[in-house]
Design a protein around this ligand. Sequence first.
Ligand code: FAD
Length: 407
Amino acid sequence: MQLNHVTIAGAGIAGLANAITLSRCADEVLLVERAPGPRPEGYLIDFSGPGIDAARRIGVAEQLVQQRHEFTEMRSVRPDGSVSTSISLAPVLRLTPHETFTIMRPDLERGLRACLPANVRVRYNTVITHLDTHAEEPDAGVHVTLSDQTSHDSDLCIVAEGLRSATRDHYITPHQDVVRSLNYAACAWLADDPELAEILGQRFAMSEAINSYMGAARINDRHVSVFGVYPWHGQAAPAPELGVALQHLESSGSFGRRLARHAPQSGFYCDLVAQSVLPSWSNGAALAMGDTAHAVSLVTGLGSSMALCGADQLAQSVRTATSLKQAITRYEASWRPQVERVQAMGRRRAKSFVPSSRAALMARRVGMQVLRLPIVGDVVARSVVRSGDQQHRGRASQRDQRPELSR
Ligand SMILES: Cc1cc2nc3c(=O)[nH]c(=O)nc-3n(C[C@H](O)[C@H](O)[C@H](O)COP(=O)(O)OP(=O)(O)OC[C@H]3O[C@@H](n4cnc5c(N)ncnc54)[C@H](O)[C@@H]3O)c2cc1C
């Protein structure tokens, strides 16, 4: 079917991907975004298999691949800054059944923005202030009121405002708590630190500590992408203050303090590591997409891939359906089981994402050491890669004891 008008709230990965795919089966698409412009702050994300396949089908893969970062080695660093294990990533990348690449979230969004066609208009500094939906009749459309005092009718309203979506909370799942903590909090920032960028080179460094996980990778000659994860109990989000987060990351020791030395005063990310679980993704013609509907959490490394796959699937359903009701019903029926599988994997993985004891830390170290043995490494790497584990990649190259990352 062909739609007249689609409104999309949120110009993140899901909103932009939906704008591209739905523009091919709608006359006009209006994309509204709360931020005053494209968000420059962000973090490195792994973009893999299903997401790359969807990007190819959507026609944006070339734009995304151009923005990728390549890393040759992964190092596990003790709290004193000495390197405990280092593994070369090349063998694992050769074994990976699916393509994977690493990209900054703002670059992924930039790549998608470059593919927006002429019938998509983007309005920044704008949010939805009111939605009139017809719960049982998606084909009756939706009346949208915006913060710029304008209002219009749309056939479909996509709500892609991320994990903390106000429009979802008011109009799709009112009075329901749909954000489920995985008992961690995460923070991420871009450090302006040329010295650290030079030390890291093409290596990804991660902390080897109990009760905290920090990772860092060079983005360019000046900047390093840093992120931290620490245990956090309860559903309330941590205070959005980097100082507070860094206290929780204390166990990463001088390595962690080195990563934090050039943290910015603002523009960092701080929130629960969480999933969103909705009983239904839609209310009439208002449909939640991406993290708003089904955040899988950063421990899966698949959130952005899921956003692209979802956009691809919805557009296919719209194209082949005879009514919007049929399109939305088919979309949720086919996509929800796949999302639930990834969310279940995320909940399992969350239990061991951050080592909680010396034994858990040793188990992770042994896992990495095993990957360094020539034959065992190949066999284990194949099975690790097959099971989609993104924490252990390949065989080792050099062992280096220099406490270079505590300087
Ligand atoms: C530290 C970290 C590491 C991660 N690592 C990975 C990884 O390795 N691989 C991976 O695939 N995924 C990863 N993810 C997850 C991935 O970033 C998300 O799954 C993905 O960004 C979801 O896209 P989205 O468009 O649904 O939401 P978002 O990216 O959150 O975008 C939502 C957009 O909506 C806007 N918005 C919010 N409220 C409103 C409103 N009321 N009106 C209008 N606009 C609004 C926001 O400004 C934003 O632009 C990671 C996440 C974090 C935090």
